[in-house]
Design a binder for this molecule. Sequence first.
Ligand SMILES: [Zn+2]
Ligand SMILES: [Zn+2]
Length: 305
Amino acid sequence: MAEKSFLVQKFARIPLGMHTVIGYSVAGEETVTQVPELNVCFDVGRAPHFALTSDIVCITHGHMDHIAGLPYYLSQRYFQGMKPGTVVLPRELEGPVDSMLRTWRQIERQATPYTLIPMAAGDLHEVRKDFGIRAFATHHGGVSLGYALISIREKLKPEFFGTPGPELARMRKEGIEIQYRLEVPLVAFLGDTTAGPVFDHPDVQNAEILITECTFFDPAHKPKAKAGKHLHLDAFIDLLPKLKNKWIVISHVSRRTGVRRAKRILTKKLGEERMKNIMFLMDFDDAIAGGDIEDAGPPVSDTAE
Ligand SMILES: [Zn+2]
Ligand SMILES: [Zn+2]
């Protein structure tokens, strides 16, 4: 058995088809989740090393466990000669985050460059012609957004199937719309949220990979879930029939329950069969039955998370 240590922080790495979910997420402590193939990190936690490699960071809300590492992420990228980081964030946070980063420039005496992309629910930030990030509203009490990574494809309209290439080229030249736009949600990340209309959003229901919080699992923690506007297991189970995702990754589990016990409780309620495409971010291969992640950290408290 490995010795418990405060000196080692482990990160999850889950390969799911074409994409990989890398991250660390414990409620109130740190949440950072990366999809390296898409060059995006959702929230930045305390800016672990792997997060530095993403050109884009999408911030869901202002709680410290999700945003603390932002100045470090930007500063380190500049220091290491990487291109300036782009920060996608709720528009209400643009002002305060900008002023924090300007203050850091003075503190550090380094002209760290950065780009802020303020977003409102429904906005699509087109990163490239074929890839975008859409924001949607979540329900966490204050300002909060979730994000979906969207593959944007131009497809030939069915009525032009079989039309020879030169003919299509001629029509295009004449300004005839021969293609339509197809948006495919690849990954959706909810950040912190309680149950609500976010679970009716088509990107959330259909994303190939859905990364959702589920913070509380014990019946006694229902009031905590309500007060903190987080998902409790019972609400998650009620929402599950709506979700058509190929994979669902659960994050932001409270240390009060621990990921191993949370998984046992959920499996008992849903059955092994339904659990086949549901996984816990922090369910490491070598985590011991009691959960070493759960124990290796400061005691839990009731700060906003
Ligand atoms: Zn949180
Ligand atoms: Zn929060």
